[in-house]
Structure formats: structure tokens, C-alpha cells
Design a protein around this ligand. Structure first.
Ligand code: IMP
Ligand code: MG
Length: 175
């Protein structure tokens, strides 16, 4: 791991603080409900784990994997489901947990898919939002941070599968 290519954008301490605030907000909104948190693999698994750990709701977890990226830094509008949910969600209150919304293709595809399965409600929680890059409109219900149009890694997010284990979020500087 070449450290010289990384510039810290959001520290571990700031992540923890903001995630606690989001968890409190969601806990208030879902009081008395039994939501299903659906994380989009692999990137959002770190965020999901830290988010739900701050909640006292009677909740369950599930995972879905989609791919719109190759090995590079550009997503495509072609979203493929690589792994589906492990249980039906009809009648459930679903919160999709995603690491980052960039062009919006991934979240739009998954939000539409889960809505079509007759969930009682589907909301979206993203840790990071890069609004300058949006190509398709997706309603974001809970947002951690708005960030500039830079390629970032860490806290679950990768470049060609590397850097996911960084405890902070960093800009990957071009060589
Ligand atoms: P979208 O479909 O263009 O919104 O892309 C969303 C997906 O692309 C996210 O789930 C991430 O996996 C990935 N992605 C988008 N921007 C970045 C980034 O800056 N770093 C790492 N992954 C990213
Ligand atoms: Mg992703």
C-alpha cells in the first residue's frame, strides 16, 4: 500500500461521530418498527456494521451485491445483480445502506428492484454523496457527507479491490 497516494478526506473520528448522528435519526424515525437493513456488498458492509451497532431497534440485516464497475474508476449504467437477498421483503420496511452515490445507477437499480417486491417502504441511506456526478435521479433519505468529485477509497471502498481496510476515507491521488 503506497501511502503517498492517499490524502485523508474524512478521519475515523469524524466518521464515527456522523454515523452516530445518522443512527439516532433513523432510530427515531423507525421507533416501534422492525426494519430490514440491506447493505450493498462489498463496500457498504463496514458502514452497515457501524451504523446498526449504534441502534437499539429490533432490526434484521440482509445483503445484496451488484456490479457497475470493472477494475477502473468509472461506473456504467449496466447494473448486474451478483448476489440477491436471502429472504423475501414483501410488507417490510427496508433501508438500503450504501457507501457512496456517484452517478446513481447502482442505487436506482436496487431501489427499483426492492420496490417492485412490494416492500412496505424503501428508504436509502448513503454515507457519501458525490452530487456533481449524478446521471439519474435517486431520492436519498439519509446522507452522511457530501463530497467533491474525487475518487476516494477506504472504510469499505476500494480501487481494484484494494484499500477497503483503511479506517478512514482518503482521496486516491492520481500518479
Ligand atoms: P454509481 O452507480 O455511479 O452511483 O456508483 C456507485 C458505486 O460505485 C458505489 O457502490 C461504489 O462501489 C462505486 N464508487 C463510486 N464512486 C466511488 C469512489 O470514489 N471510490 C470507490 N468506489 C466508488
Ligand atoms: Mg458499491
Amino acid at each position: 500500500m503506497k501511502k503517498e497516494n492517499l490524502e485523508v478526506l474524512i478521519s475515523a473520528k469524524d466518521l464515527k461521530k456522523r454515523i452516530k448522528e445518522l443512527a439516532d435519526e433513523i432510530s427515531t424515525d423507525y421507533k416501534g418498527k422492525k426494519p430490514v437493513f440491506v447493505s450493498i456488498l462489498k463496500g457498504a458492509s463496514f458502514f452497515l456494521a457501524d451504523l446498526v451497532r449504534e441502534m437499539k431497534l429490533d432490526l434484521t440485516l440482509d445483503y445484496i451485491a451488484a456490479s457497475s464497475y470493472g477494475e477502473g474508476t468509472e461506473s456504467s449504467g449496466n447494473v448486474r445483480i451478483l448476489k440477491d437477498l436471502s429472504a423475501p421483503i414483501d410488507g417490510k420496511d427496508v433501508i438500503i445502506v450504501e457507501d457512496i452515490i456517484d452517478r446513481g445507477y447502482t442505487l436506482k437499480a436496487i431501489r427499483d428492484l426492492l420496490n417492485a417486491r412490494k416492500a412496505n417502504s424503501v428508504k436509502v441511506c448513503v454515507l457519501l454523496d458525490k452530487p456533481d456526478r449524478r446521471k439519474v435521479d435517486v431520492a436519498v433519505d439519509y446522507r452522511g457527507f457530501t463530497i467533491p468529485d474525487r475518487f476516494i477509497v477506504g472504510y469499505g471502498m476500494d480501487y481494484a479491490e484494494r484499500y477497503r481496510n483503511l479506517p478512514y476515507i482518503a482521496v486516491l491521488k492520481e500518479k
